[in-house]
Design a protein around this ligand. Structure first.
Ligand code: NOJ
Length: 744
């Protein structure tokens, strides 16, 4: 009897188990495999092919592909870039739905610093050292872009840049791997929100893999020649941080690294990214970069280019058409295995599934949502907040700033004063209404109250003519204060916008001289996408604000800072050279065997005989309207084991009369090391708000991760010995120092 009972039970449970197996929805990997089985080779290759859409092209369009919609219907296209808006994307997606397998298209776009509401350029935002604000602007950009039909942004750009001549310095987070890594994390989290598949999340792309920022001479697209140790120490960390934050894709880069173009670089894409780091997403080439390997002289034609790229781990071909025209032939010739093709397709399909596109290819194409989500008051307020947080107070002699509301008149002088759309910066999209951008003039009008605003342009950005100087001089003479809005054009930085001369363009510095000569107090605002050279101004203008390009809310944010309703707290994320000849210049350099004892020590030292060694403005520099006192440094112990930690505490007090934020910075130096370590490396920071007179204790923890580095075998190690510890307000303004030991 018992035997029969147990048999019945076994049958019963196995039925339930079977039902459960059948009822269980397929996992994404299972769906991908099932779909792969149905695909022809041509359809697989189509998934690896990305074309430019009908929005402004962001690269040289050389070949006509014929009718793109027909190509999509035939399954020859997996992704389209440069296409925004519900209406446009819908047309393209409808074409994909007419293809045999109805595999949805992936729409990619450079959503770099905002979608409709534009935020400060990324380098400016990095100056805020405010990870919450940075994450929020990426979040808002993603929310808007996703409502505008976009699935995927080609951001964040996480390239470390030590050369301000390079035009793309505007697009990253500056020169420091630690700060750059935290910002990379914040941006990825912001774009991808609660994860792919949510309607307000877009897939992020860490670019450009890699070392693109180290182009020789700062000339865009140029070769990169660097030690692997520098690559691992300085250039790779932000990419690893993006990966750890879950970034969905990587983009490779235009440059060659030590003689191997990034698109065909197996060491980078396979060995490091996919094997060592275990990256599960896909790699897209940069625009045309696969085909450009012919120009590099690395391959003789697109056939060889496609072979080299796919075998090296480049999954998707952006606009070079090397894959679509050659992969089938390469498979037939057994130069590319079907396994390699499948692997690339699998990675791309997985992301399409994760984004929910197979459930509903039109889920990002909702016209009502697009209308509702773009340009909300909340987004505009966040853009203003981000803009204020990005403005760096470089200099403020005799506390000229903030301006009093009781000033009789202000002369607004300079070519930037009335600019509108340009405030959006280089990578801004032509979405939204130009009238939403607030010029400096408009921002000042909003807040000037009874103060009379006078205006004279003085000169244009690149003018060689001084014809407007006289009027500007007279205008300044009639005013109590002059505020000069100067700088480089918004499109003097960005892709293919390297400059050999990074001085303030045209006759602008002469105009500043003329206005300073009036004897009136002069505040100079510098609009730029990079560190510029402006030595005379730096030495003679009493107050300087570096405003970069701040986005839609530029005018309001600058007025907030000028009038002190916001107390500036930003810090430079990149070193400002005295002149071009000092480039590359960065704070985390080695000491050399003959370091200069003083800034002007040239007695057989590592120095220039015609220039001071120090930069004009150092990494981490940035003033406030208030002052801060650093005091009472305490280390929990003077020696730590590898498995242990040291707690560092100190007091920070607001000793001025304005409430304000300070970014307190922790730097370390490995005093004796083989191989060498830099004179100083940022290892932690804390941004905090203090009321006048208020004091708070700040605590940093030092563990072995903060002491580790790559040795010449590229192993991450720590070495016992002495470490110098520096805490300060900037890399050149160290207020507290001590040392400790890492015990054996
Ligand atoms: C080329 C740029 O290098 C890259 O950053 C960008 O995402 C693509 N063009 C697409 O616009």
């Amino acid at each position: 009897m018992n035997h029969i009972k147990s048999k019945i039970l076994t049958v019963f449970f196995s039925c339930i188990a079977t039902i459960t197996i059948y009822a269980q929805p397929k996992s994404i990997p299972q769906k991908v495999e099932a779909l792969l089985k149905k695909m022809t080779l041509a359809e697989k290759i189509g998934q690896l092919n990305q074309y430019n859409g009908d929005w402004a092209a962001t690269g040289p369009v050389t070949t006509d592909v014929g009718n793109k919609l027909d190509a999509i219907k035939s399954g020859e296209v997996g992704s389209i870039l440069n296409i925004v808006g519900v209406q446009h994307t819908r047309v393209f997606q409808e074409a994909a739905m007419k293809s045999r397998l109805k595999i949805p298209l992936l729409f990619g776009q450079d959503v770099i610093h905002g979608y409709s509401v534009t935020f400060p350029i990324p380098l400016a935002e990095a100056a805020s050292w405010d990870l919450t604000a940075i994450e929020r602007s990426a979040r808002i950009a993603a929310t808007e872009a996703a409502a505008g039909g976009v699935h995927w942004t080609f951001a964040p750009m996480v390239d470390i840049a030590r050369d301000p001549r390079w035009g793309r310095v505007m697009e990253g987070a500056g020169e420091d791997p630690y700060l750059g890594s935290l910002i990379a994390t914040a941006r990825v989290k912001g774009f991808q929100g609660n994860g792919l598949g949510n309607l307000d999340a877009i897939m992020a792309c860490a670019k450009h893999f890699t070392a693109y920022g180290a182009a020789i001479g700062g000339r865009d697209y140029n070769s990169v020649d660097m030690s692997l140790r520098t690559l691992w120490e300085v250039y790779l960390p932000p990419f690893k941080a993006a990966l750890d934050a879950g970034v969905g894709t990587f983009m490779n880069s235009f440059n060659d690294l030590n003689g191997i173009p990034a698109s065909a670089n197996r060491y980078l894409q396979r060995d490091i990214l996919k094997d060592k780091w275990g990256f599960k997403g896909f790699v897209v080439s940069d625009w045309g970069s696969i085909g450009e390997m012919i120009n590099h002289g690395y391959v003789k034609d697109n056939y060889e280019a496609a072979e080299a790229a796919i075998n090296a781990g480049n999954d998707m071909d952006m606009e070079s058409r090397s894959y679509i025209n050659n992969l089938a032939k390469l498979v037939a010739a057994k130069k590319v295995s079907i396994k390699t093709i499948d692997e690339a397709v699998r990675r791309i399909l997985t992301k399409k599934y994760e984004l929910g596109l197979f459930n509903d290819p039109f889920r990002f194409s909702d016209a009502e949502r697009e209308k509702r989500i773009l340009n909300t008051d909340e987004h505009i307020a966040a853009a203003r907040d981000a803009a204020r947080k990005s403005i760096v107070l470089l200099k403020n002699d005799k506390q000229l700033l903030p301006l009093s509301k009781s000033i009789g008149s202000i002369a607004l002088i300079g070519p930037m004063t009335k600019l509108k759309k340009e405030n959006k910066g280089f990578w801004a999209l032509d979405v939204g209404d130009e009238n939403q951008v607030v010029s400096l003039y408009e921002g000042m009008q909003q807040q000037a109250g009874n103060t009379k605003l006078l205006y004279a342009k003085g000169c244009d950005i690149t003018d060689t003519s001084r014809a407007g100087f006289n009027e500007a001089y007279k205008t300044a003479m009639q005013a109590d204060v002059a505020v000069m809005a100067m700088g480089e054009r918004f499109d003097m930085t960005g892709e293919a916008k390297s400059r050999s001369n990074i001085h303030l363009p045209g006759v602008q510095e002469e105009l500043i001289k003329a206005i300073v000569a009036t004897g009136k107090p002069v505040v100079v605002l510098l609009y730029a996408g990079r560190p510029m050279v402006f030595d005379w101004t730096a030495d003679h203008a009493p107050a300087i604000l570096y405003t970069w390009w701040l986005g839609n809310q530029a005018g309001n944010a600058i007025a907030d800072v000028l009038y002190g309703s916001y107390n500036p707290a930003a810090k430079l994320p990149i070193t400002f050279p005295r002149t071009e000849g000092q480039i590359p210049i960065y704070y985390n350099h080695y000491n050399t065997g003959r370091p200069a004892k003083t800034d002007s020590d040239v007695n057989y030292t590592s120095a220039y005989i015609d220039l001071l060694n120090s930069p004009k403005f150092a990494f981490g520099h940035g003033l406030s309207y208030t002052t801060f006192k650093y005091d009472n440094l305490k280390l929990s112990k003077k020696s730590m084991l590898k498995s242990g930690a040291i707690t560092v505490s100190f007091d920070l007090q607001n000793t001025g009369k304005y409430a304000g934020e300070e970014v307190a910075q922790l730097y370390l130096r490995d005093m004796v090391s083989q191989p060498l370590r830099p004179v100083k490396e940022l290892k932690d920071f804390k941004k905090l708000m203090l009321q006048p007179g208020e004091k708070k204790t700040i605590i940093f923890t030092i563990n072995k991760d903060k002491l580790a580095f790559y040795n010449d075998q590229l192993q991450r190690i720590t070495q016992p010995g002495e470490f110098g510890l520096m805490i300060g307000s900037a890399s050149d303004d160290i207020r507290l120092q001590d040392s400790f030991e890492l015990a054996n």
